[in-house]
Design a protein around this ligand. Structure first.
Ligand code: ADP
Ligand code: ADP
Length: 223
């Protein structure tokens, strides 16, 4: 599981003179367990495309199918990570990570403990997000997302704010998670090198008006 079919997707924000066509008639197919990056300049509609797959917004035209079913709202099987951390600032890291499973009465203690190990966050269970470095916060975000065991990971420039060394480490962690657990990853970036480094395929979007210009197969050895 983990296929994504974007069919003739259009998203228009605003009305009349304020209309912005953020995504314009995009078709995109992502295979299960594929690692796809979406590359394009700021404002080209990358986030809008991802938010539509996440189920955070209503398409103006077209639809998104996940595993063949139309998306009609957010679901823990599609986990999202953004550039700025969205951890609950008033909750500890442990409370943040177990929040999703707790909501569904499905906390798996072994899994949570393993995630703290995998993300190098042991000893920081009771810390608050602001007490962690940027890289650690993003690892905590990853742990929180993985606690829900998502089929599909949607990542919107998750590492853009990090320094080069931390970014390398995060790339390794992400590729480990992807390879070990057979997840589908859709990763947004405006960094060409990062897009090619990580992906099986790179989806290139045009600056205007939010169309897919090309889909490039990447055949490189990963780090
Ligand atoms: P990207 O992620 O590639 O930077 P976005 O999807 O965020 O692109 O934005 C695409 C276009 O839609 C931009 O022109 C942006 O200003 C506009 N846009 C995005 N979200 C909204 C919104 N909620 N209301 C109005 N315009 C928006
Ligand atoms: P990105 O980092 O992907 O370029 P932005 O910083 O453009 O994203 O947008 C951040 C948030 O603001 C998004 O949730 C987007 O929907 C919203 N947004 C972007 N442009 C506009 C706009 N012109 N009007 C209202 N909301 C917007």
């Amino acid at each position: 599981t983990g296929t994504v079919n974007v069919q003739d997707l259009t998203k228009v924000y605003g009305e009349d003179d304020d209309e912005v066509v953020a995504v314009d008639e995009v078709d995109l197919h992502i295979e299960a367990e594929e690692f796809v990056t979406v590359l394009g300049p700021s404002g080209c509609g990358k986030s809008t495309l991802m938010e539509a797959i996440a189920g955070h917004l209503e398409p103006t035209e077209g639809e998104v199918l996940v595993n063949g079913d139309p998306v009609d709202g957010p679901d823990p099987s599609r986990g999202v990570v953004f550039q700025e951390n969205r951890l609950f600032p008033w909750k500890t890291i442990d409370e943040n990570v177990r929040f999703g499973p707790q909501m569904r009465d499905a906390v798996d203690e072994e899994r949570i403990e393993a995630l703290f190990g995998q993300m190098g966050l042991e000893g920081f269970e009771d810390a608050y997000p602001h007490e962690l470095s940027g890289g650690m916060q993003q690892r905590a975000e990853l742990a929180r997302l993985l606690a829900n065991d998502p089929d599909i990971m949607l990542m919107d420039e998750p590492f853009s704010g990090l320094d080069a060394m931390t970014k390398d480490l995060m790339h390794e962690k992400l590729l480990d998670v992807w390879e070990d657990d057979d997840r589908t990853v859709l990763f947004i970036t405006h960094d060409v090198e990062e897009a090619i480094l990580l992906a099986d395929r790179v989806v290139v979007m045009t600056a205007r008006p939010g169309q897919v210009k090309d889909v490039i197969d990447v055949d490189l050895d990963r780090p």
